[in-house]
Design a protein around this ligand. Structure first.
Ligand code: 5GP
Ligand code: ZN
Length: 112
């Protein structure tokens, strides 16, 4: 747990969230400012700052998060598909420096 990390506090249950899923290693919760009709994030409970800070020992954890994405997306009604975004570093638009995978859907996304 990193001091003053909002997502660590959410993972620890110290700050409330609209929870989608939780197990020993990850938690998923709705974004406080949704950018789509359905917008939630999947995060590791471990404080990993970003993909820049992910290492070989995180391989299984990252795989688990990606494999959870379609399961949780379907549970949230996104049978049609969803967009996955990982912002990395200030140059990638990251604002919360605890690794998170955005899952968005329920509208027609802008073409990339
Ligand atoms: P980033 O730009 O770092 O990829 O995304 C951070 C996301 O976290 C933003 O979409 C923002 O709305 C969301 N966020 C920031 N603070 C909170 C919070 O306290 N609770 C929740 N549920 N989402 C948050
Ligand atoms: Zn953190």
């Amino acid at each position: 747990m990193s001091d003053n990390c909002i997502f660590c506090k959410i993972a620890a249950g110290e700050i409330p969230c609209k929870k989608v899923y939780e197990d020993a290693e990850v938690i998923a919760f709705h974004d406080i400012h949704p950018a789509a009709p359905v917008h939630f994030m999947i995060i590791p409970k471990e404080h990993v700052v970003s993909l820049f800070d992910a290492h070989a020992r995180h391989e299984a954890l990252l795989g688990r998060i990606l494999l959870l994405a379609p399961i949780l997306a379907k549970e949230q009604g996104l049978d049609d598909g969803f967009r996955t975004i990982i912002n990395t570093g200030a140059g990638g638009g990251q604002e919360v420096f605890h690794l998170h995978v955005h899952i968005l859907g329920g509208n027609k996304p802008r073409p990339m």
